[in-house]
Design a protein around this ligand. Sequence first.
Ligand code: SF4
Ligand code: SF4
Length: 507
Amino acid sequence: MAAAEFDIPEIKDYIEVPKLREGAMAHAKTFLAPKPVQDFMGYPHELADNWKESALEKMGDLLGKYRSLKVFLDACVHCGACTDKCHYYLGTSDPKNMPVARQDLMRQVYRRYFTTAGKLFPKLVGAKDLTKDVLNDWYNYYHQCSECRRCSVFCPYGIDTAEITMAGREILNHIGMGQKYSNEILGKVQKIGNNLGLPGPALLDTLEGLEEDIEADTGVAVKLPIDVKGAEVLLVTPSADFFSEPHVESLIGYAKVFHAAGTSWTLSTHASEAGNFGLFNGNYETMRKVAMRIRDAALELGVKRIVVGECGHAWRVAYSFWNTLTGIGYGADDPFSIELQKQLDPNYPQPQHICELTNDLIKSGKIKVDPSKNDDLIVTYHDSCNVARASRMGTEPGGQFIIPRELIKSVVNNFHNMADDTIYESTFCCGGGGGLLTDDLMEVRVKGALPRVTALNNVVKEHQVNFMATICAICKAQFTKVLPKYGFEMSMVGGVHQLVAKAIILD
Ligand code: SF4
Ligand code: SF4
C-alpha cells in the first residue's frame, strides 16, 4: 500500500479529549457501490429525481417499524455525556464524529418532517431540510461509525447510535447510495457462501493443506472435515479463518480441540461464513437471508449442535438474532425451524461460542493443556465490541468477559488486562468494525484505533505485553494493518484459539 497521506496520531500516556476541528474528516468518503452490486442487492445505484421523497418515505417506514429508532430520535436531551466516548471522535477531532452529533444528522431531518414543531418552527427546534449536503454528511459520517455501541453505555437514556447509523445506511441504500465494500461482501456470501468468495473446491484444498501442516507439526492426524452428514457439531466460522494469518491459527486451534475431545464436527461449504454484514447495512431481511444459510446447512447435515468461531459481529447476530430470524435455539415457528429445534441437542446452548465449548472442556478435564508452551508470550485481551456490548456467553451475567479470560489464563501463564475504562463493556472498538474494514477508509481506521492503541501501549510499557488476543476476525484484520502504523509488530495480535492451539496436549 502507498504511504499514508495523513498524519498518524501521536500516542500519549492517556486518552486525550481533542480540540474540535470542524470538517476534519469531511473528505473521508467510502466508495459507492456500482450498478451490478446494487442490482444484486435490489437497490438503485444512483439518485433518482424523487430521491428526497423516497428517502423520507423510507425513514417513515423505519420509524413505524422500529419503535426504538423513534424513541432514540426523540429522547436525547443533549446532556453531552456521550460526546467524548467515540473512538472516531477521539482519534479524528471531527465534531461530527461525536455520537450526539452523528445522531443529530438524522434527528434534524426527523424533526423537520415528522414532528409538528419541526414542521411549523424548524429553526426553533433545530430542524433541517433534507438536502444533498445533508445526504453527503449522512453518507460520510454514517460510514465513520462502527456501530460499536460504546456511546450507548454512557448515555443516561441508553440511546444507541448504532441503530441510527443502521437506519441511515438503510435509507442511503434505498435511494442508491450503498457502500461498495459491504454490499459486495453481501453479494459474495449469498452467491458463493462466504465473504471472500472462496469456492468449495478451493476451500477443500485449503483444509487438506492445513491437515498436512498440522500432522507435519504435531505427528497427529487432526482433521478439518467439511460437509460431513451426521457430524455432531456444525462449526460456523469467519472465512478469514480459512486462509489468512493470524486467523488460520485459531482454525487450527478449533480443530485440535475437537480432535482432543473426540467430538465429531464439520464445516459446511454452503455456510462457510459466520459473518453477516446484513447487521452493518441495517437491513434485517438481508441479515435473515444470510443467516438462513446456516439453518439450511444444519438441517442438511443433520448436526446436533451449532458452534460459532471467533467472529465478533457473527456472534452478536447468532446470539441475539438467530432465534427469531432462523429458529436456531428457539423463536421462529415455521416448519423448518420446528424441525431444527427438534434436531438440535437441548443439553447444549444453541448456538454456542467456541470459547465456551473449549473452556468447559478444559475445566472438566476432558482436554489437557500445558500453559508453559506459551511462556514466550505476555498476553492481554481486547474485548470485541459486538461480543462485549451486544451479546453474552455462558449462563452467568458478564460471561462474555469472563469466559475468554478464563480460557486464556488456562493456556498462558502471563496475562495482564488493559486499563479498566478500556475493557469489558467500556472496551474501545478496534476502529475497523461495522463495515469500515476497507482500504478506502484507512485514515478513519488508523485514527479510530488510537484509544485502543493508547491502552495497549500502556500495558506494553508496564508489563512488557507482547501479544493481544481477541475473538473477532475484523479486529484481527484491523490490528494487523494498523498496529504497524503505530510502531507495533503486526504479529502481536491473534486469536484466543491460537493460544489454545499451542498449549493443547494431543495424544
Ligand atoms: S462508532 Fe461506536 S461510539 Fe462512535 S458513534 Fe458509533 S456506536 Fe457510538
Ligand atoms: S448521552 Fe444520550 S442524551 Fe446525552 S447527548 Fe448523548 S445521546 Fe443525547
